[in-house]
Ligand binder design. Structure first.
Ligand code: TXA
Ligand code: MG
Length: 319
């Protein structure tokens, strides 16, 4: 079905979208990771409408998207470690949690009242043009209803939020397919709050330091949005299932050498390919009428496998 909220990637449409952002509306836009639901960070009413549109609790803060590394020191507390990481990994699938320095009251809601702010620079020309032309950072969560699967195409956004959003900019399928890796840079050690599109190994190779992974324990800060049940498909899901243990009424999503799989995340066992396919395949799987659950093959726990396993564990979590 055609959706009249979806707009092609043209200079006119980007201009139109930036006017909507400036005027306090909501624009869904593509990034390198997943589609975002964007609003002007300096318009508290617009930011509040993100939470309403997604039915998301306001204790879950939003990421600010910027288009220029030089803007970062005006917005958050930086030091040479932060700027070096930004220069190396931005634009790209990495979000920083930093001390907030901008006292504009509309950021209270963006940060959910926390003294910290999350910032990233997406690696997608359309997103960067939209932010530049809007002239403000854009607050954007993933463009899906709370607890649903993140969107990796414009149509996914329309399926969940067509009535809530003013415009959906179509930039094609997202290349990375899982959300950013979020790192806390407010302490001495770098701590991953959410595994994502940039691997721990890549961060460690660049910094030469051990990077910690937050397990959500009280002694380590954690991304408040990391609820156990998240990314929920409509059918129940089992993970780490070997091909021979799949039952007849289960839709099997394979990985690597799994010839009996209905869909295979990556026949060649590439974790990058698997991440890019993950959310779209989970959407396809949950839409199957003739199956009553989803089974997924084991995914190795390194590189992007950390992010993939994090998402499917949450999808499979039983309350
Ligand atoms: O790839 C992505 O990061 C996508 C694209 C659109 O940029 N965005 C995204 O946003 O995944 P969202 O809202 O679905 O997830 C953001 C996560 C939440 O878990 C939130 O709790 C955490 O970031 N977060 C935001 N601000 C934070 C802060 N100040 N401190 C700790 N965690 C924060
Ligand atoms: Mg999300």
């Amino acid at each position: 079905m055609m959706n009249n909220k979806i707009y092609e990637n043209t200079p006119d449409n980007i201009e139109k979208a930036s006017e909507i952002i400036k005027n306090g509306g909501l624009v869904a836009f593509p990034t390198d990771t997943v589609y975002g639901l964007g609003a002007n960070v300096y318009n508290a009413k617009a930011v509040a409408s993100i939470f309403t549109a997604k039915q998301r609790p306001t204790f879950d803060p939003l990421i600010s998207h910027i288009a220029d590394i030089d803007f970062l020191p005006q917005y958050a507390q930086t030091d040479s470690r932060v700027m070096d990481l930004a220069k190396h990994f931005w634009p790209g699938p990495l979000t920083f949690v930093l001390k907030r320095t901008d006292n504009n009251p509309s950021l209270d809601l963006v940060c959910s009242g926390l003294p910290h702010i999350a910032v990233r620079m997406p690696n997608h020309p359309l997103a960067l043009k939209l932010i530049e032309q809007s002239g403000v950072p854009i607050a954007a969560p993933s463009a899906n209803k709370f607890k649903c699967i993140s969107p990796t195409t414009a149509q996914h956004v329309a399926d969940g939020l067509a009535n809530e959003v003013d415009m959906i900019l179509d930039g094609g399928a997202c290349k990375i397919g899982v959300e950013t890796t979020i790192i806390d840079l407010t302490g001495k050690k770098i701590v991953i709050l959410r595994a994502g599109g940039l691997s721990k190994e890549d961060i460690e190779a660049y910094t030469g330091e051990e990077v910690l992974v937050s397990s959500g324990h009280a002694n380590l800060p954690s991304a408040p949005g990391q609820l156990l049940k998240h990314y929920a498909p409509k059918l129940p899901m089992r993970i780490n299932v070997n091909e021979d243990d799949v039952s007849e009424n289960e839709f099997f999503i394979g990985f690597g050498n799994t010839p009996k799989a209905q869909l295979n995340l990556s026949p060649s066992a590439s974790l990058e390919e698997a991440a890019a396919n993950l959310f779209a395949f989970m959407r396809l799987a949950e839409a199957q009428n003739e199956y009553n659950s989803i089974a997924m093959a084991p995914i190795p726990e390194y590189g992007l496998g950390l992010a993939i396993n994090d998402r499917i564990r949450r999808a499979a979590y039983k309350e």
